[in-house]
Design a protein. Structure first.
Length: 389
């Protein structure tokens, strides 16, 4: 295997416009056949471009390298070039990385951030896997990101909740709407709070006055602790759930006893599971320094799905042949990390390319995750939420 890291210099505004225009013009001039035929002359070698944020910070937290390292480790010793492209967390960086995939004649493009514009890749017929969009024929969304909010609804409903309260940062209402619509509630009371709100006590008082039986939270950063502190001070003793992806290990430890009982909806298996232990052994055989966490496990599983697809290609692995093989995957193997996934388009046109609808829940106790649930298929709830949107 060969791999390289592509870091894009920051461009001035005019240069950014020029770079974007050139990327589009270059792509238009290339036919799909050009992309496939320009692959390496080797009968087995191919390239994958992995886009991630390697520099700067994401949501105020330093960017960690576990994802790219895990992906490279999954391809150790294989005749595959892994291009790690640093998008610096910018739209321009995203376009640069997509343009690089076209130049590289990549067989696949891996993306780990949501809401990416993948139009260049779609035009080049390059399969996009990870947090891909849910409608493009080239997309393979295996991130379970839709499942976080429907999963909160299922988890709280399973706790017997009928009167839902929500706490959501301003701008995130569309996400928590999925929680509201995924299940039937007797009542719903919403508290929309501004980012960096100094005091959430009035918002919690609103939920308390509505006599809510549970709370779904969609907050980030310091507001997680603020909200839990206000709930504690109000002596509002109801189940509280939120997406586990925003409750990093640092946040878990900082919450202390405030976090006790917090239900986290997870898209990755419990780190204490035997499947994670086996994956960790294989990761560390390639790179002993990789931190095994939810991020690296998700990327490792994603690489296994890609490899499963490539194994079913007869002849050269190209963007076209890999796209066809991925579309035919049924019960794709991730060595037990996830339930078997099948790339069968969903009936809902808003999520036709969402292929991972499974989540788990954990409970936070004294800074540690406990009580992992079995996998929950929240596909039906996602369908209801999106249909009613």
């Amino acid at each position: 295997m060969s791999s390289k890291v592509i870091r894009r210099p920051r461009l001035r505004a005019a240069s950014r416009i020029l770079a974007t225009s050139m990327a589009a013009a270059t792509l238009i001039s290339m036919s799909i056949a050009d992309v496939a035929s320009a692959q390496s002359s080797s009968s087995s070698h191919y390239t994958i471009v992995y886009e991630g944020q390697l520099t700067g910070s994401a949501n105020g937290a330093p960017v960690a390298p576990e994802g790219p390292e895990a992906f490279q480790a999954a391809y150790a010793g294989k005749p595959v070039t892994v291009d790690i492209c640093d998008d610096q967390g910018t739209t321009t960086g995203n376009i640069d990385c997509e343009h690089q995939a076209v130049i590289d004649h990549a067989a696949a493009f891996v993306v780990t951030q949501s809401n990416e514009d993948q139009s260049l890749l779609d035009s080049a017929n390059i399969p996009v896997i990870g947090t891909a969009n849910d409608t493009s024929p080239q997309s393979f969304d295996v991130s379970a990101q839709q499942g976080f909010f429907a999963g909160m609804a299922v988890a709280l409903h399973n706790h017997g909740c009928k009167r839902l309260g929500t706490i959501v940062v301003e701008g995130g209402q569309s996400y928590v709407e999925q929680t509201i619509k995924a299940e039937h509630w007797q009542s719903v009371t919403n508290a929309v709070v501004p980012l960096a709100a100094p005091d959430l006590s009035p918002d919690i008082a609103k939920l308390q006055q509505a006599n809510v039986q549970c709370i779904a939270m969609a907050t980030i950063g310091p507001e997680i602790q603020q909200a839990l502190q206000a709930i504690h001070q109000a002596k509002l003793k109801v189940p509280v759930a939120m997406p586990g992806i925003v409750v990093t290990p640092q946040v878990q430890s900082s919450l202390g006893s405030l976090g006790n009982g917090l239900i986290l909806v997870e898209s990755t298996p419990a780190l204490s599971s035997s499947s994670v232990a086996e994956a960790a052994k294989k990761m560390h055989a390639a790179n002993k320094g990789i931190l095994v966490d939810s991020n690296s496990i998700a990327i490792w599983a994603l690489a296994l799905i890609l490899q499963d697809g490539a194994a079913n290609v007869k002849g050269q692995v190209t963007n076209t042949s890999l796209l066809a093989a991925l579309n035919k995957l049924r019960n794709a193997s991730t060595d037990g990390l996830y339930p078997p996934l099948s790339m069968k388009p969903q009936s809902n046109p808003a999520a036709t390319r969402d292929f991972d609808t499974y989540v788990q829940t954990d409970t936070l106790e004294n800074g540690k995750l406990t009580q992992p649930s079995s996998w929950l298929n929240v596909g039906p709830e996602i369908n209801v939420a999106l249909t009613n949107s």
